[in-house]
Design a protein around this ligand. Structure first.
Ligand SMILES: [Zn+2]
Ligand SMILES: [Zn+2]
Length: 356
């Protein structure tokens, strides 16, 4: 199976947190968090039209300016999603500059913040000097704060979030492909059909849930000619497509290790193909981690195992461990793969207490 999302961290694990997700074949990307993001060139930054912010501590939000700078002259809508306070933070950022010469610029910024009871949204247009236009709050239909809630739904994927306790709400996110469309290229070849952009159209129709008798016309590019051909969706699907489970990516940063956070994280990351989890501390400094509302590598590994994640990537390491990145990764891996020394096994010690 060729995955639909390719994902990578914006910085090395000691740098500011951020996850870049490329949606294959769509010239589109999603960005989780807005820490320092110089490592992403302008083309990549521009491609990220939807940005999911965990919270607005500086290391997660300082990169807003760069996104703004790159997008400024473009006819583009930037969409930001995040916890309560995000609209005020974006307003504050935008007020930090003078906007008297941007009235011809077509950039729009839409911000949605998710409160326990309602969703608030605001739009900022360059043509209006980015003065905030707030819409009336919309009541939330999913009033179960302990369950992941829908932040963005697209024909191809959904993004859900959950609010974790970081002494302020810190949103963790899960990106879930609705289902995966596998094209059997050998069968295509045997039927004398070329690969090409028509397969992208085919996938779109499937993700949009079009009925079996839906007909579409696509351009097929053969070696020396182009041909328009009409297809019936159900028939093409039965001949060339296998539908499998969609890819799932989880992103968790800045949260204290406690029962409530753990239950939420484990549910959010359930069955993730890749679980990106912060691990700023080693377990020997678990008391420090708890005091600072952060996780240890051991805790990250434990939760990844409980969630049944297929792969764990730890990051957001504290600079106090500079040069010890491998030790952090090793500790997380040991908990994830259940290779624990008895002193560290779950129940073998009090939750988050003391050193080892
Ligand atoms: Zn933080
Ligand atoms: Zn942080």
């Amino acid at each position: 199976m060729t995955p639909s999302f390719s994902t990578y961290l914006v910085n090395d694990p000691f740098g500011d947190p951020g996850l870049y997700v490329e949606v294959k074949w769509a010239r589109r990307a999603l960005l989780f968090d807005l820490g320092q993001n110089d490592a992403l060139g302008p083309t990549r930054l521009l491609r990220a039209g939807e940005i999911f912010v965990s919270h607005t501590h500086m290391d997660h939000f300082i990169g807003f300016d760069r996104v703004l700078r790159v997008a400024l002259g473009r006819g583009k809508t930037l969409r930001l999603f995040g916890p309560p306070g995000l609209i005020a933070n974006v307003t504050g950022k935008l007020r930090g500059y003078t906007w008297n010469l941007v009235d011809g610029y077509p950039l729009a910024i839409e911000v949605k913040e998710f409160h326990p009871q309602e969703v608030r949204s605001a739009t900022f247009l360059a043509t209006e000097g980015f003065a905030p236009r707030e819409a009336s709050p919309r009541p939330r239909s999913d009033l179960s704060p302990a369950r992941p809630f829908l932040v963005l739904e697209d024909p191809m994927f959904a993004v859900r979030a959950i609010a974790l306790n970081h002494r302020i709400p810190s949103f963790a996110y899960a990106l879930q492909e609705q289902f995966h469309v596998n094209i059997n290229k050998e069968r295509l070849h045997a039927a004398g059909l070329p690969v090409g952009s028509w397969l992208k159209e085919l996938k779109q129709h499937l993700w949009q849930g079009q009925p079996d008798d839906f007909r579409f016309t696509a351009s097929l590019y053969f070696e020396h000619r182009r041909e328009e051909r009409e297809f019936q969706l159900g028939e093409v699907r039965d001949r060339f497509v296998t539908i499998t489970r969609g890819q799932k990516i989880a992103y968790v940063v800045d949260a204290r290790y406690d029962d409530e956070n753990e239950a939420k994280i484990v549910e959010l990351a359930q069955g993730a193909d890749i679980f990106y989890c912060e691990a700023p501390y080693l377990e020997r400094d678990a008391d420090k981690a708890k005091e600072r509302y952060h996780l240890t590598a051991h805790q990250a590994g434990l939760m990844a195992r409980k969630a049944g994640a297929r792969e764990l990537v730890v990051f957001h390491f504290s600079p106090r461990y500079t040069g010890q990145g491998e030790a952090i990764r090793r500790e997380a891996r040991a908990a994830f793969e259940d290779l624990l020394p008895a002193s560290l096994s779950p129940g073998g010690r009090g939750e988050g207490e003391g050193g080892i």
